[in-house]
Each structure stands twice: as structure tokens, then as C-alpha cells.
Design a protein around this ligand. Structure first.
Ligand SMILES: [Zn+2]
Length: 354
């Protein structure tokens, strides 16, 4: 594989098969002068372009509306490669968190768009090279990796690449290959397929806010979802299309993993339950049972698997805040500590928490 730095190259890099070209600055690294962060940046871009040899080159999207598959995979696979190469960087956790927090911020605006975006004219193509394609693409691929497990993810991708090699593919081809393996490995309920789950994340814009209301005497909780927006729902003088958008019902198939203070299982990212939708696409609330009592916190979205925010009832928030302020705060996984702080600050910003 030849890699070439090109003066005044306009893009950061281009994954041409057999001859990857880079903007000169993207490859600059001098051991005595450059920082560790420079080394990480150069490694990241090389890993991204190498990942494209499979995702983009060996299998190319059929049309630009599936651009996110090659860019999402290149972004995500690059972090796996960096983690393998130099674990002291902690690249997998850092990059995953960076992508997740960026998306939880930008994808909460009304002006956001779905990852899978119809493209009918040439001038729509350039606009697709944005954080939704790269970062949200990587975020939902990581979510899928975590909910079907490593073995099914690897075998499913092998099947997908073998079937589609030297040709074109749509996102449906990817879901088909992964569903088959995930069902064979019992890592996905038989009544769910990847297409139904992932369509809810790729065809709808935004992401959900999950509300958790615990019933401490019954040791259960009711969880429900609605689209999270940074801006108010109703806007004065809204146009007809904006009014339609305000009334539109959003619903995602959400993998729900959770743990509690005593169970303390931050290693298992596979969902205990799925938050689902009615056949008409309306959100269905769900009851979590066998939860601990009033002196123990619970936390959803182990290791920040899926892009959603969580708003607990005041009592559970208080238990979590006390845990974060205590000496033993590291009992909560670092990614979930970041999640709690980001969710609390954002919900305060929107006036949903004080
Ligand atoms: Zn790329």
C-alpha cells in the first residue's frame, strides 16, 4: 500500500485503492518535535484510510445516500485499530466518547438530518460530508457492535464483505448479513431484525430522551422515550412544514442495558430489554422489574452504548449525584460518569432539570 503526501491536496486524505493520498499536514510527524497528540492524529487518519480499503473500496455504496456506511465504518474501525496499536492512548474510549458527545449536541437541533439522506442532484453530495455521516455513523455502528456482541459483529461483517466484494451494496445488504449471524448466535431476539432496528436510527433524524421513573416500593421502573430537542417544541409563526414536523411522532428501537449499585456490572453492554414501537411507529413504554430499593441507584446505557439521553426521577438523580461526589466515584464506569454530567448539564440547560 503506497501512501503519498500531496502539496495543496484539498481534502484531508483520499483512500484511492493502492495509493492513498494525503494533505501534507495530515502526515507531518517528527519524533523529536511532534507531540503524542500529533502521533495520534496521524495514526487516526492513516487507520481511517486503510479501513476504507474494505469499506468503500472493496465494497462501495450503491448510491450517495449510503455514504455514511463507508465513512461511519472507516471512522469506527480506525478507533479499533488505534486501540490495538497503542492501548496507552485509550483511543477506543476517547474517540467513542468524543463522537457520542458531539452527536448528542449537534443532533439535538431541529435543523439536523437523518444519516441516510436521499440524494437526487450532484450538488447535494458535498453537504453529506458532515458530522452526521462520520460521527453519528460511527456511533450507531458502535451501538450495533455492542448490542450484537463482538463475535456476531465480526462474522457478520466477514459475510457482508465476502458477499458484496468488488461490487456495490446498500445498507439493507449489511443488515441482512448481520441479522443472520446475530440470530445464529442468539445475540438478537428472533422477532427483531437489524433492518427494523437500524432503520429507526438511520431514517429518522435526532435521538431519544429516555425518561426513567422508579417505583421504589414495587422495585420497578417505567421507561419511555420521546425525541430530545434543544429548542422549544412550539415556535411562533411556524410554517406549514414546521407545524407538520412538530406534530410528527418519532420512535426508536432502543437497546436498554442497565446496572445498579450492587450489581455493578459495567462490562456487559448487551441489552437486557428493548424499548419498542407500536406497528404505527408510536413509542411503547416499558416496565423494568426486579430493581433494587430506595438506597441504590440504577444507571441506564452501560458504557454509553446507544445515542440517547436519560432523565431519571429526582430520587435516582440524588443517589447518582451522591455516588459521583463520594470517594468511591470510580465505581461508575468513566463513560457513564461523562454521560451523567453531560445529561445533567444539558437537561438543566433546556429547563427539564434544575
Ligand atoms: Zn473517509
Amino acid at each position: 500500500m503506497d501512501q503519498l503526501a500531496v502539496p495543496d491536496f484539498s481534502a484531508g486524505a483520499m483512500e484511492n485503492w493502492g495509493l492513498i493520498t494525503y494533505r501534507e499536514a495530515a502526515l507531518f510527524y517528527a519524533p523529536d518535535v511532534s507531540s503524542e497528540a500529533d502521533k495520534q492524529r496521524v495514526t487516526n487518519i492513516i487507520a481511517h484510510e486503510l479501513a476504507h480499503q474494505w469499506f468503500g473500496n472493496m465494497v462501495t455504496m450503491s448510491w450517495w445516500d449510503d455514504l455514511w456506511i463507508k465513512e461511519g465504518f472507516a471512522t469506527y474501525i480506525a478507533t479499533l485499530g488505534m486501540e490495538k496499536m497503542c492501548c496507552k492512548w485509550n483511543a477506543y474510549e476517547e474517540e467513542s466518547l468524543d463522537n457520542m458527545l458531539a452527536i448528542l449536541s449537534t443532533d439535538a437541533y431541529c435543523s439536523t438530518r437523518p444519516i441516510h439522506q436521499p440524494v437526487t442532484t450532484a450538488n447535494q453530495i458535498g453537504g453529506l460530508f458532515d458530522p452526521i455521516t462520520y460521527r453519528k455513523g460511527a456511533v450507531i455502528i458502535r451501538m450495533m457492535h455492542m448490542f450484537i456482541g463482538d463475535m456476531a459483529f465480526r462474522l457478520g461483517l466477514n459475510n457482508y464483505i465476502e458477499r458484496q466484494a468488488y461490487g456495490n451494496a446498500k445498507q439493507e445488504d449489511l443488515w441482512q448479513a448481520l441479522t443472520q449471524i446475530a440470530h445464529d448466535h442468539s445475540s438478537l431476539p428472533k422477532d427483531l431484525c437489524l433492518q427494523t432496528i437500524m432503520d429507526s436510527w438511520t431514517l429518522q433524524k435526532g435521538y431519544p430522551l429516555i425518561k426513567v421513573r422508579r417505583h421504589y416500593t414495587n422495585k420497578c421502573a417505567v421507561i419511555s422515550q420521546s425525541r430530545f430537542k434543544l429548542q422549544p417544541e412550539q415556535q411562533p409563526n411556524a410554517r406549514q412544514d414546521q407545524l407538520f414536523e412538530q406534530k410528527r411522532q418519532y420512535c426508536w428501537l432502543v437497546p436498554i442495558s442497565y446496572t445498579s449499585e450492587l450489581a455493578h456490572n459495567f462490562n456487559s453492554t448487551e441489552p437486557q430489554v428493548w424499548l419498542r414501537c407500536t406497528p404505527k411507529g408510536e413509542p411503547l413504554p416499558l416496565r423494568l422489574r426486579y430493581l433494587p430499593g430506595e438506597f441504590e441507584w440504577i444507571i441506564l446505557n452501560v458504557q454509553l452504548t446507544a445515542p440517547y439521553r436519560v432523565d431519571y426521577d429526582s430520587c435516582n438523580w440524588r443517589l447518582l449525584i451522591d455516588a459521583l461526589k463520594g470517594l468511591d466515584f470510580q465505581q461508575i464506569h468513566v463513560l457513564n460518569r461523562a454521560q451523567l454530567i453531560d445529561d445533567a448539564m444539558t437537561l438543566a440547560w433546556t429547563g427539564q432539570r434544575s
